[in-house]
Design a protein around this ligand. Structure first.
Ligand SMILES: *Cc1c(COP(=O)(O)O)cnc(C)c1O
Length: 452
């Protein structure tokens, strides 16, 4: 029988995270203080993050050891399975081999727990009692809520009010794990109260929720802030995914010609691809690495590589990244986890160096791909993940035309069990390919901060 599942023993989970910084041909540009425009130092970030994570943010060590306690909890769901999508290959009639790494196997249903757990661990080790964060659709909030339960840390989640109202099951999940979920804008912070005074009916935004969470962390000595994507240390923690995949591809007797991930802030893409980027740089491998984003929020494919704020309100340090402008508000697509105006600085740096490719797809084509995948393989991908599925199918169809047997590997970053409303909308024909306004994009681009 042909194998479909390339499992690893739980003794084979990585003991170290892989740090791409050590293998880059040139270092990424420094993070700048928004006032002085000088590189930020560790002390600038101390009110928000534990020192261990601040040091990981700038580390150039080739690997960083995963704390034993974190490894132990990883074993609850890691190593995640690597599957070969043989039924999809047959349906497409392609000579390509399609593999996917299934991060939906985590208890919260996505890759985000890989970093949530590590972040909660380092905060607890530093004596922090509470972490404040924001969540849009609820995936990051759920992951941090469970990580807080494992590590004995209180989690306060500012959830964008419109999602709080529309996604009651994600809220219930966070509360089940013991987190306190507050609809944002709230009366609990100056940032929230200011917004509510201007507009009592505000349904919130990710930018406002970030401002509230950062304010709580900055004004309480026992509280820190936590981010689920974008930052170097978040990408670092996700590299368990790609390291496992390399071992599993070995068991399958193959090596990928193409590695694909969907990219919102860039963390699941980086988690799968960075170890393969490292092999390209160090071992002369020639794997194509493709980041896939939504056509309605195309930071890598349509954005500018420039210094910008990480949040909408302009409170964070300035990072150089592909950005659509921090004031850009993308259309409300169902792949909420991909609606970020920028891209991780490390992923941006790779794109600027032409070490990775990027492409964008509209959402309906992605749902069509996700449904084709589900009918062959069973797993229903998250709307975000469907962007990676669509790219994998397109590459497999290209192989069909050329008759070349290429090996394709993509990251199935999460399952879509909490996103069935989006599938319903697609199936009933009411899902639109929302396009952003060129005028709004131009205005947001004109609002980029000036950096000498
Ligand atoms: C959050 C999320 C994403 C997007 O975030 P990245 O940091 O770009 O990975 C993608 N897929 C799933 C399932 C998510 O939960």
């Amino acid at each position: 029988m042909d194998r479909m599942n390339y499992a690893l023993a739980d003794t084979e989970i990585p003991t170290h995270w892989y740090n791409l910084m050590a293998d880059l041909p040139s270092p990424p540009p420094p993070v700048l203080h928004p006032g002085t425009k000088q590189p930020v130092g560790p002390d600038d970030l101390k009110p928000l993050f534990p020192m261990a994570l601040i040091m990981q943010e700038v580390s150039t060590a080739p690997t960083i050891e995963i704390p034993e306690e974190v490894q132990q909890i990883y074993r609850k769901w890691r190593p995640t399975p690597l599957y070969r999508a043989r039924r999809l290959e047959q349906e497409l009639g392609t000579p390509a081999h399609i593999y996917y790494k299934y991060e939906g196997a985590s208890p919260v249903g996505s890759h985000k727990l890989n970093t949530a757990l590590a972040q909660a661990y380092y905060n607890r080790e530093e004596g922090i009692r509470r972490i404040a964060t924001e969540t849009g659709a609820g995936q990051w909030g759920s992951a941090l809520a469970l990580a807080g339960a494992y590590m004995g840390i209180d989690i306060q989640v500012f959830m964008v009010k419109v999602s709080y109202q529309q996604k009651p099951y994600r809220r219930a999940m966070m509360e089940t794990y013991g987190a306190r979920v507050v609809p944002s804008p709230s009366e609990e912070t100056n940032a929230g109260r200011t917004i509510l005074k201007q507009n009592p009916a505000s349904t919130g935004s990710l930018g406002i929720a970030i401002s509230e969470a950062v304010e709580v962390a900055a004004t309480h000595a026992d509280t820190h802030y936590s981010l689920g994507s974008v930052l170097n240390h978040v990408l670092l923690h996700q590299t368990v995914v790609g390291q496992e995949a390399i071992k599993q591809m070995e068991k399958a007797g193959e090596y990928p010609d193409i590695v694909i991930g969907c990219a919102g802030g860039g963390s699941n893409f980086a988690g799968l691809s960075f170890p393969f980027v490292g092999a390209n740089l160090k071992k002369g491998k020639k794997t194509r690495i493709i980041a896939v984003e939504p056509a309605s929020c195309p930071s890598l494919t349509k954005g500018r590589y420039a210094y910008d704020f990480g949040d909408t309100a302009g409170l964070t340090p300035l990072v150089k990244m592909y950005t659509l402008g921090h004031a850009f508000l993308p259309p409300a697509i169902h792949a909420g986890g991909l609606r970020y105006h920028g891209m991780a600085p490390l992923v941006s740096h790779l794109h600027a160096l032409k070490l990775i490719e990027a492409r964008a797809y509209p959402q309906r084509a992605c749902f069509e791909a996700g449904i084709q995948f589900a009918r062959c393989e069973g797993t229903i991908p998250a709307p975000e993940t469907n962007h990676a599925v669509k790219a994998a199918i397109d590459e497999a169809l290209r192989c069909k035309q050329s008759g070349r047997k290429e090996v394709i590997l993509f990251n199935l970053s999460g399952h879509g069990h909490f996103d069935m409303q989006a599938y319903s909308d697609y199936l009933s024909g009411s899902l639109q390919d929302d396009v952003y306004s060129e005028q709004e994009l131009a205005a947001a681009m004109a609002d980029l901060p000036s950096v000498p």
